[in-house]
Design a protein around this ligand. Structure first.
Ligand code: ADP
Ligand code: MG
Length: 810
C-alpha cells in the first residue's frame, strides 16, 4: 500500500477532488470515456492519477497492467506535476516519471507517466493501440491546442478499437480508459459531438470553494509596452500597503518576466541581498571618491548588459520607465462568495484599499521573495514556487499564463493581470506563423482572477480598463485548429500518419470540402503521395512554421544558391504588391518628389494648349512623374521580363541596395510600409530556415546581388513548384470556347482580352494590365501559353496578379 508523509496526506484531504474519489473511480470503471471538469487547484492533476494507481491501474499483476498516461499541453506542467505526484506517493514515488521532448525519466518501473501531448502523438504513430497504457488522462483539454484536438480525435478511435479487441480476445487485450480533464469552461465541444463520442461521456464537475475576489480595473489602459512598468508599480504598492499574502503577476514572456523580477529585486532586496548590498557599500566607502563613482557607473552598465542577455524575445521596456504615471483604478466588482458566510470577507476586502492605505517605508517592508515562472525555466527553479517563502517574507511570482490553469501556486492573495498573452498566431494574410502578444480572452482573465481566491478572499488588479475588457477581449479563446491555415493542419496530421483527415473526428471540425481541397493541393505540391500519405518532402515541409506552399519553395530554394532570393520572394508574396499604383501618383506621400521639375521634357509640351503657365507646369510635372514611374517599372522588370515576382524581387534588392530609405522608396515608387514589412519578414524567414534546415548557411544580405540568368530560371521553377495549383493555361490551348467572349474580345482586341483557364473553375481569368508579361508580349505579339499567378482579384472580371510564365519561350 502507498504510505504518504503525514504533511502530504493532510493537504490531500483538503482538496475538493479528494472527497469525490469514489464517484470519480466508479464513473471511470463504468464508462470508457469520462469528462472531469473542476476549478483550477481542486486537485485533478495531482490526485486522479493517484486514485487510479491505488485502484490497481499500472500494476503488472492487476487486470489493468498498462501505464497511467497523463498528457499536458506544456512541458513545464508535465515535469512539475510528475515531481509533485512522485513526492505525494511516498514509497511509490519511483513509479512516477515524465517524458517531454529531449528529456525523460521513464524506466521499467514507471506506472504513472506525465508527458506532453506531442510525445503521446508520436507514440500513437508507432503504436495505434497504445498497448503500453491502460488509461490516458488528457489534461487541460480546455486549452484546445491543435495537439489536444487531434489527440482527442485519435483517442476516441483507440478507445473503441481496444473495446472491440478486448471483447473478441479478452486475454490478449484490455480496454483503454480515457479521462478528459478541464478547467470549468466549455466542454460541449467534446461531450455533444457524436462523431467524436457516439455515446456522450458523463461529465463530473468538482465544486471547489471560491472565495470572493475584488476585481479592480485600471481607469486607463497603458500604452503598448507600458504594462511592464504598471505591473512593477502595482506590485510595489501592494507590497507596501496591503496585508500579507502572495502576489501573482501575469505577463507574456521570459524577457519581460526577467526584467520585472530584476526591477522588483532592486526595489525590494531580500535579506541576503540587503546584507550583500550593505557589505558592498561598506567596501566601496573604503575606496577613494573617484574610484567609488567609477564603480557605481560600471555597475549600472553591468545591469544593462545583463538585461540585454536575458532579453530572449526582443522585449524593450517602454521609454518613460519609472515615470510614476500609473493609471488609476476605476471600476470595481466583487466576484464570487455571495453567501452570508462571505459577508465578513467582502467587508474586509472593501476596507483594503490600495489608494488610501498608508505605505510602509521600503526599509520597514517585509522582504519580497520574487520568483519567475515560465516554460523554459529549469525544472528545479520552477519547483521553487511551491515552497513556502522564507519566514517573514512575501511571495511574489511573476509568470506567463502557465500559472493560469496548469500550475496552482499556494497562498496567492493578490493577482496582477496585464491581460495579455503571447500566442502562436498564423497570420492568414502572410501565412507565416509567429508569436504575437495580444489581449487574452475574458474566460482566461477570469481564470487568472480566480487564482486570488483559492485559499481566502483576495484582490485582482487588472492593468486595463473595463471598456477594453468588454469591447476588445474575446469571450473565449478560439481553438487553434480554427486559427491555423488548413493545409498546415492537414499536412501536420499526415506527417503523424493520420491519413483519413476528411473523416477525422475533430472536436471542432473544419468544413469537409475545405479539407478535401487542402489535401489535393498538398498532393500537387508533392507533400502527399497518390495514396494520400505524407512523402519525405511532406514530412520535411510539415516542420516549417509557414504555409506548405512556402515551405516547399524554401526547401527547393536551396538549389543553385537561390535561397536568399526565395526568402525575399516569399516575404514579398506574403506582404503583397509593394508598388505604388499609377493612379495614386498624383497623391501626396505616394512616393512623391514634386520638387523635381528641371528636366521637364520637350515632347510633354505642345500636345494641348496650355491654359496658364501654372497649369502647364503642373501638367508637365505630372507627365514627367508618370514617365519616371514607367521608366522605373521597366528597369525593375528587366530586359526580358518573365515574372512579376522577379520584378518584386528586383525592387526589394534595388531598394535595399539603395540604403532602404524613404528616398529610395520615392525613386522606385514602392510603398515604405510594404518594404518595411518585407524586410522584417525576410529576417524571420531567414531565422526559420536556419532553425529547420541545419547545415544551411543563409544570411540576410542588404547588398544582395541580382540573380543570374540561371538563378532566374531556377526561381521561376521554384515559384511554379509552390503554386502548382494556380496555373492558368491560355484559353485556345485549354479548349476554352465562348462565342460571346470571343465577340467581345474581337471588339476589344488586343492582348488584354486573351482569356486563361484555371483548374478550379470554368470561369476565365485575365492577366492584370499591370503585369510585366505585357511588356514582353507586345514585342513578341503573343501571350504566353501558361502562367502561374500569386493571387486572383475580382472586379468586373477575374484578374490574375503576381504572374510568372511557366516557360520563358512562347
Ligand atoms: P488542478 O489540476 O485541479 O488544477 P492540482 O492537482 O494541480 O489541481 O493542484 C492541487 C493542489 O496541489 C494545489 O493546491 C497546488 O498548489 C498543490 N500543488 C501542486 N503541485 C505542488 C507542488 N509541487 N508542491 C506543493 N503543492 C503543489
Ligand atoms: Mg491541473
Amino acid at each position: 500500500p502507498v504510505k504518504r508523509p503525514d504533511r502530504i496526506q493532510n493537504q490531500r484531504i483538503e482538496l475538493p477532488v479528494y472527497a469525490e474519489e469514489q464517484q470519480i473511480m466508479e464513473a471511470i470503471a463504468q464508462n470508457p470515456v469520462v469528462v472531469l471538469s473542476g476549478e483550477t487547484g481542486s486537485g485533478k492533476t495531482t490526485q486522479v492519477p493517484q486514485f487510479l494507481l491505488e485502484a490497481g491501474y499500472g500494476d503488472p499483476d492487476s487486470p489493468n497492467p498498462g501505464m497511467i498516461g497523463i498528457t499536458q499541453p506544456r512541458r513545464v506542467a508535465a515535469v512539475s506535476m510528475a515531481h509533485r505526484v512522485a513526492e505525494e506517493l511516498g514509497n511509490y514515488g519511483h513509479t512516477v516519471a515524465h517524458q517531454v521532448r529531449f528529456d525523460t525519466t521513464v524506466s521499467d518501473r514507471t506506472r504513472v507517466k506525465f508527458m506532453t501531448e506531442g510525445v503521446l502523438l508520436r507514440e500513437l504513430a508507432a503504436d495505434l493501440l497504445l498497448a503500453k497504457y491502460s488509461v490516458i488522462i488528457a489534461d487541460e483539454a480546455h486549452e484546445r491546442s491543435l495537439n489536444t484536438d487531434i489527440l482527442l480525435g485519435v483517442l476516441s478511435r483507440v478507445v473503441r478499437l481496444r473495446q472491440k479487441l478486448s471483447a473478441e480476445s479478452p486475454d490478449k487485450h484490455r480496454p483503454l480508459k480515457l479521462v478528459i480533464m478541464s478547467a470549468t469552461l466549455r466542454v460541449d465541444d467534446f461531450v455533444k459531438n457524436t462523431r467524436l463520442f457516439r455515446v456522450p461521456p458523463p461529465v463530473l464537475s468538482v465544486q471547489a470553494r471560491q472565495h470572493p475576489v475584488r476585481v479592480h480595473f485600471n481607469r486607463r489602459t497603458p500604452a503598448p509596452g507600458q504594462h511592464v512598468h504598471e505591473a512593477i508599480q502595482k506590485v510595489a504598492k501592494i507590497h507596501r500597503r496591503l496585508p500579507d499574502g502572495g502576489i501573482l503577476v501575469f505577463l507574456t514572456g521570459q524577457a519581460e518576466i526577467a526584467y520585472v523580477c530584476k526591477q522588483l529585486r532592486s526595489l525590494f532586496p531580500s535579506e541576503a541581498e540587503r546584507a550583500a548590498a550593505a557589505k558592498a557599500i561598506a567596501a566601496a566607502a573604503a575606496q577613494s571618491r573617484a574610484a567609488t563613482s567609477n564603480a557605481l557607473e560600471a555597475s549600472v552598465e553591468d545591469e544593462d548588459l545583463d538585461f540585454g542577455d536575458a532579453d530572449a524575445d526582443d522585449f524593450e521596456p517602454g521609454s518613460d520607465a519609472g515615470s510614476g504615471s500609473e493609471s488609476e483604478e476605476e471600476d470595481e466588482i466583487i466576484v464570487g462568495g455571495d453567501g452570508d458566510a462571505d459577508a465578513e470577507a467582502r467587508r474586509v476586502l472593501l476596507q483594503e484599499n490600495l489608494r488610501s492605505a498608508p505605505a510602509v517605508g521600503d526599509d520597514a517592508c517585509a522582504p519580497l521573495h520574487i520568483l519567475p515562472l515560465y516554460s523554459l525555466l529549469p525544472a528545479e527553479q520552477q519547483l521553487k514556487v511551491f515552497a513556502p517563502p522564507p519566514p517573514g517574507s512575501r511571495l511574489c511570482v511573476v509568470a506567463t499564463n502557465v500559472a493560469e490553469t496548469s500550475i496552482t501556486i499556494p497562498g496567492i492573495r493578490y493577482v496582477v493581470d496585464a491581460g495579455l498573452v503571447k500566442e502562436k498566431k498564423y497570420d492568414a494574410q502572410t501565412q507565416v506563423q509567429s508569436f504575437e502578444v495580444g489581449w487574452t480572452s475574458q474566460a482566461s482573465a477570469s481564470q487568472r482572477m480566480g487564482r486570488a481566491g483559492r485559499t481566502g478572499p483576495g484582490h485582482c488588479y487588472r492593468l486595463f480598463s473595463s471598456a477594453v475588457f468588454n469591447d476588445q477581449f474575446a469571450r473565449f479563446s478560439e481553438p487553434e485548429v480554427l486559427r491555423m491555415p488548413i493545409e498546415g493542419v492537414v499536412l501536420q496530421m499526415k506527417a503523424m500518419n493520420l491519413d483519413n483527415v476528411v473523416n477525422f473526428p475533430f472536436p471542432t471540425p473544419p468544413p469537409r470540402d475545405v479539407l478535401e481541397k487542402a489535401e489535393r493541393l498538398l498532393t500537387w505540391l508533392g507533400a502527399l503521395d497518390d495514396k494520400g500519405r505524407a512523402t519525405a518532402l511532406g514530412r520535411l515541409m510539415s516542420a516549417f512554421p509557414v504555409a506548405p506552399r512556402f515551405a516547399k519553395m524554401l526547401i527547393v530554394g536551396q538549389q543553385h544558391g537561390c535561397l536568399p532570393y526565395v526568402i525575399a520572394v516569399v516575404a514579398a508574396l506574403s506582404v503583397g504588391d509593394p508598388f505604388v499604383k499609377e493612379f495614386h501618383l498624383g497623391e501626396d506621400g505616394a512616393g512623391s518628389d514634386s520638387d523635381n521639375d528641371n528636366d521637364a521634357d520637350a515632347d510633354a509640351a505642345g500636345a494641348e494648349q496650355p491654359v496658364s503657365n501654372a497649369a502647364l507646369t503642373a501638367k508637365e510635372q505630372r507627365r514627367a512623374r508618370r514617365r519616371k514611374y514607367w521608366d522605373a517599372q521597366a528597369k525593375l522588370a528587366g530586359a526580358e521580363p518573365t515574372s512579376d515576382l522577379l520584378k518584386w524581387l528586383s525592387a526589394v534588392g534595388t531598394f535595399e541596395y539603395a540604403g532602404g530609405t524613404d528616398a529610395a522608396c520615392s525613386e522606385y515608387f514602392v510603398r515604405p510600409k510594404a518594404m518595411g514589412e518585407i524586410r522584417k519578414l525576410r529576417g524571420q524567414l531567414t531565422n526559420i530556415v536556419q532553425l529547420y534546415c541545419p547545415g544551411v548557411d543563409v544570411a540576410m544580405d542588404p547588398r544582395m546581388a541580382p540573380p543570374t540568368r540561371v538563378q532566374q530560371s531556377v526561381l521561376r521553377q521554384i515559384i511554379l513548384a509552390g503554386f502548382m495549383d494556380q496555373v492558368a493555361v491560355r484559353g485556345d490551348i485549354a479548349g476554352y470556347h465562348d462565342p460571346d467572349e470571343e465577340e467581345a474580345a474581337a471588339r476589344r482586341r488586343g492582348l488584354h482580352a486573351v482569356p486563361y483557364m484555371t483548374m478550379w473553375s470554368d470561369e476565365p481569368v485575365f492577366i492584370h494590365p499591370e503585369s510585366v508579361i505585357y511588356i514582353a508580349a507586345r514585342s513578341s505579339g503573343s501571350m504566353p501559353q501558361a502562367v502561374v499567378f500569386g493571387e486572383l482579384q475580382r472586379t468586373t472580371r477575374l484578374w490574375a496578379k503576381a504572374v510568372t510564365v511557366t516557360s520563358p519561350r512562347w
